[in-house]
Design a protein around this ligand. Structure first.
Ligand SMILES: [Zn+2]
Length: 154
């Protein structure tokens, strides 16, 4: 049976590949990709340990790289794909970057800042909120995190 050809490139798959790379490097497996008009501007994985930088979350690194790629401090008409619900810091950066749409895989009840905790985009102090689509390939993302933290407890 012929399989449907996925959109090329599939940004969430790129984010998942980046998350697996993070796990291979001993980082919490989170990956992110920024796209505009069907082209991928940046892909990044979580790297706080490698960079000795607590802000080096996948979303922050992807936003920085995408801004550098287009030479702008705002990612107008850009979409962000990430394997985990962004934390409050990243949600703030997503707002400042003027990201158009946020797609994320697993919700993060313990550390998320979009649908949990401070719900950054719902605050009156938030001046730009992206459209949010959560729960995509959720089981796959949750499995990745479970495998990572399970293997580290042994
Ligand atoms: Zn974050």
């Amino acid at each position: 049976m012929p399989t449907a050809i996925p959109p090329d490139p599939d940004p969430l798959s790129l984010a998942f590949a980046a998350a697996r790379r993070a796990a291979a490097e001993g980082e919490v497996p989170v990956g992110a990709a920024v796209t505009r008009g069907g082209s991928v501007l940046a892909v990044a994985h979580n790297r706080p340990r490698a960079l000795n930088d607590p802000t080096a979350h996948a979303e922050i690194l992807a936003i920085r790289a995408a801004c550098a790629a287009i030479g702008d401090a705002r990612l107008i008409d850009c979409d962000l794909y990430v394997t985990l619900e962004p934390c409050p810091m990243c949600a703030g950066a997503i707002s400042f970057a003027r990201i158009r749409r946020l797609y994320f895989a697993a919700p993060d009840p313990k550390g998320g800042g979009v649908e949990h905790g401070p719900r950054v985009f719902n605050q009156p102090t938030c001046h730009h909120a992206p459209e949010v689509y959560g729960g995509l390939r959720e089981a796959e993302a949750a499995g990745l995190l479970r495998a990572f933290f399970g293997s580290r407890r042994r």
